[in-house]
Design a protein around this ligand. Structure first.
Ligand code: NAD
Length: 335
C-alpha cells in the first residue's frame, strides 16, 4: 500500500500498529523511536523485510529531517511522546519539549507532501470533563497539566498546518488503551503483574473513581480502517471504550481472572492528575469498527494468557484466537 512512518513505533500502541501494518507485504514501515519507554523487543519479526528501525529523537529537527529525506514517507503516524502519569508529572519540562516534535513532524509532512498525518492525542485534553460522555466536537477542552496542554497545542499545530498549507490530518483522542505490550506504569498491567506475583494489588484511593479501557485490537483495527478506507479526513475521533469500571472493581476482576491470592490495598490518592470520571462518546468509532468491542474481562484474560505463554520472550502485540490476528488475509478483507 504505502511507505508509512510511525514515530514512537517501539512503544505500546505504535509497535502494535507496526505489527499490523507489516503483516501487509505491500507496506513499507519506517519505525522511529528514541527508546525512552519503547523497547527493541517490540519491533516486528526480523524475518520480514518490509520495515526498518531508526533510533531518532523526533524533537530534534535535523535528525528527523534526515529520516524524511531518506524514506519520503507517504503517511505519518506521530505517536512519540513522554507518557505515564508519574513520568509526566515528574518531568514537566521534558513533556513540553514534545511541542517541538509536533512542529517538526507537521513542517516536514508539509514539505514532503505527506498524504496524511495521524496524531496520537489523548482524552487528557478534556481534563476534568465538563460533561459525560466526552464528545469530539462539543465537549470543551480543559487541558491544564503539561501533558494535556502539549496534546492540545499539538492538535492546534496540526489544524493550523492543515488550514495554512492544506496538510491532511486526523487526530486520534485515545482514551485508556491496554494490551499485552503495555508497561506496568499503567494500571491494568500493574494490577495483573501484582496479582500474578502474589503482591498486594494497590489501588489509589478512594477506589470509586471510574475509567474506561479499550483493548489494543479495537484501537488498531479502527486505525487501520480509517487509513485503508480513507475516513475521518481533517477531523478528530475519540478512540476508546465506553464501559465504565471503578478501580476497586478492576482490582477485584484482575484478582478473580488470575486466581490470585493477593490482597487489595488502598493507597493514598494522587495529589495531582486524578480525574474522577472519564468516558468517551464513541459513536464515530463504532460506526467505523462495526463490531462489538472486546470486553474488559476478555482483554485481561487474553493478556494473562499471552504473558504466561511468552515469559521472558518478546511479547506479541495481539493475542491469537479468539481475537483476529492481523494477517494479510484479514487486511485485504477490510480494505
Ligand atoms: N496508551 C494509552 O492509553 C494512551 C492514551 C492516550 C494517549 N496516548 C498516546 O498514544 C501515544 C503512544 O502511547 P503508548 O501508550 O504506546 O506509550 P509508549 O510509551 O509505549 O510509546 C511512546 C513511544 O514514544 C517514544 N518516544 C518518546 N519520546 C520520543 C521522542 N522525542 N522521539 C522519539 N521517540 C520518542 C518512546 O520511547 C515510546 O516508545 C502517545 O503519544 C501517548 O501520549 C496513549
Amino acid at each position: 500500500m504505502a511507505r508509512i512512518l510511525i514515530t514512537g513505533g517501539a512503544g505500546f500502541i505504535g509497535s502494535s500498529l507496526a505489527e499490523a501494518l507489516v503483516a501487509d507485504q505491500s507496506n513499507f514501515v519506517i519505525i522511529v523511536d528514541n527508546l525512552l519507554t519503547g523497547k527493541l523487543e517490540n519491533l516486528p519479526s526480523p524475518d520480514l523485510n518490509n520495515w526498518v528501525f531508526e533510533q531518532v529523537d523526533v524533537n530534534d529537527f535535523k535528525s528527523i529531517e534526515k529520516i524524511f529525506n531518506k524514506y519520503e514517507p507517504e503517511y505519518v503516524f506521530h505517536f512519540a511522546a513522554v507518557v505515564g502519569v508519574e513520568r509526566t508529572l515528574n518531568n514537566p519540562l521534558m513533556v513540553l519539549e514534545d511541542i517541538e516534535g509536533s512542529k517538526n513532524i507537521a513542517k516536514l509532512s508539509v514539505s514532503h507532501k505527506v498524504k496524511r498525518i495521524f496524531f496520537a492525542s489523548s482524552s487528557e485534553v478534556y481534563g476534568n470533563p465538563f460533561e459525560v460522555p466526552q464528545k469530539e466536537e462539543t465537549t470543551p477542552i480543559n487541558a491544564r497539566l503539561p501533558y494535556a496542554a502539549v496534546k492540545n497545542i499539538s492538535e492546534v499545530i496540526l489544524k493550523t498546518y492543515g488550514q495554512e498549507f492544506g496538510l491532511p490530518y486526523t487526530i486520534f483522542r485515545f482514551f485508556n488503551t491496554y494490551g499485552p505490550r503495555q508497561s506496568s506504569d499503567f494500571v491494568i498491567s500493574r494490577f495483573i503483574k501484582q496479582a500474578l506475583s502474589g503482591k498486594p494489588i494497590t489501588v489509589h484511593g478512594p477506589g470509586t473513581q471510574t475509567r474506561t479501557f479499550c483493548f489494543i485490537s479495537d484501537t488498531v483495527e479502527t486505525i487501520l480502517k480509517i487509513l485503508y478506507n480513507d475516513l475521518r479526513l481533517n477531523t478528530t475521533i475519540n478512540i476508546g471504550n465506553n464501559e465504565e469500571v471503578s478501580m476497586l472493581k478492576l482490582a477485584e476482576m484482575t484478582k478473580a481472572i488470575t486466581g490470585s491470592k493477593s490482597r487489595i490495598e488502598i493507597i493514598p490518592p494522587r495529589e495531582e492528575g486524578e480525574i474522577l470520571r472519564r468516558k468517551p462518546d464513541i459513536s464515530k468509532m463504532l460506526s467505523i469498527l462495526r463490531r462489538p468491542l472486546v470486553k474488559l474481562e476478555d482483554g485481561i484474560a487474553a493478556i494473562v494468557k499471552v504473558w504466561t505463554e511468552h515469559r521472558g520472550k518478546g511479547i506479541p502485540a495481539f493475542p491469537q484466537s479468539p481475537y483476529k490476528l492481523f494477517n494479510s488475509v484479514y487486511l485485504s478483507h477490510i480494505k
